[in-house]
Design a protein around this ligand. Structure first.
Ligand code: SAH
Length: 223
């Protein structure tokens, strides 16, 4: 974390963050608590120092290992779609594809506990450091294949997947609590849609929210 400015001055100033919030509003994010959380969580802490000046642009940025930090709009949209109309905090939320930990940090404001799964071990180590530095302690991270979910902690009131499989993994549906929601991008590159599934007993109600572009959900794990 050395060298990272945690206070948010200069290029990571309040004004820069305010501009991002204006953009998100224009794009249709209306949940005030989500907007406030995005304003609060210092995104520059989650990217390389060389990219810190771009951290509050509404864009995807590289985080190494061929992966990217999600666009703030997508993080806001998925968080909003997850919590809309629900009693907060959600007890347990499962996040698949923790990456650099940014989405995890945003979600941590809306759940009692976040369980994050990431297939690249180096990213898990980085995320742990960053979350600790921000004193976000209601998160457990695991180096594993997200296709399997996190069976010992199920059921979850929310599951959020940050990489796209070609079809919805059955294990994740099985780990959803009654009334719980799964947010997941599905489809091959160039044709993905963000899907929201709500469990009602044995029924799974599916809504298509919007076209999206995520990295693929890849089976297995790596260092
Ligand atoms: N949530 C991140 C975005 C991460 S990009 C953010 O806030 O910016 C998607 C992540 O999913 C990558 O880090 C990738 O390594 C991870 N991923 C891909 N397939 C996976 C799998 N099967 N299990 C767990 N993580 C996976």
């Amino acid at each position: 974390m050395t060298g990272h400015d945690m206070r948010g001055i200069g290029m990571t100033s309040a004004r820069t963050r305010d501009r991002l919030i204006v953009t998100l509003r224009e794009q249709g994010i209306s949940d005030e608590a989500v907007l406030e959380r995005i304003r609060e969580v210092p995104r520059h802490v989650f990217v390389d120092e060389a990219l810190a000046s771009r951290a509050y642009e509404n864009t995807v940025l590289p985080i190494g290992h061929g992966q990217t930090i999600s666009q703030p709009y997508i993080v806001a949209l998925m968080t909003q779609a997850l919590i809309e109309g629900r009693e907060l905090p959600l007890p347990k939320v499962l996040e698949i594809g923790t990456g650099c930990g940014y989405q995890t940090a945003v979600l941590a404001g809306f759940a009692r506990h976040i369980f994050g799964v990431e297939r690249i071990n180096a990213l898990i180590r980085l995320s742990r450091e960053r979350l600790k530095a921000l004193k976000i302690s209601n998160v457990s991270l695991r180096h594993a294949d997200g296709f399997d979910g996190w069976i010992s902690q199920a059921p979850f009131q929310g599951i959020l997947v940050a990489a796209a499989p070609e079809a919805i993994p059955k294990a994740l549906l099985g780990q959803l609590d009654d009334g719980g929601r799964l947010l997941i991008p599905v489809g091959p590159s160039g044709q993905q849609e963000l899907i929201r599934i709500t469990r009602r007993g044995d029924e799974f109600v599916e809504e298509t929210l919007t076209a999206v572009s995520f990295v693929p959900l890849i089976e297995g794990q790596t260092q």
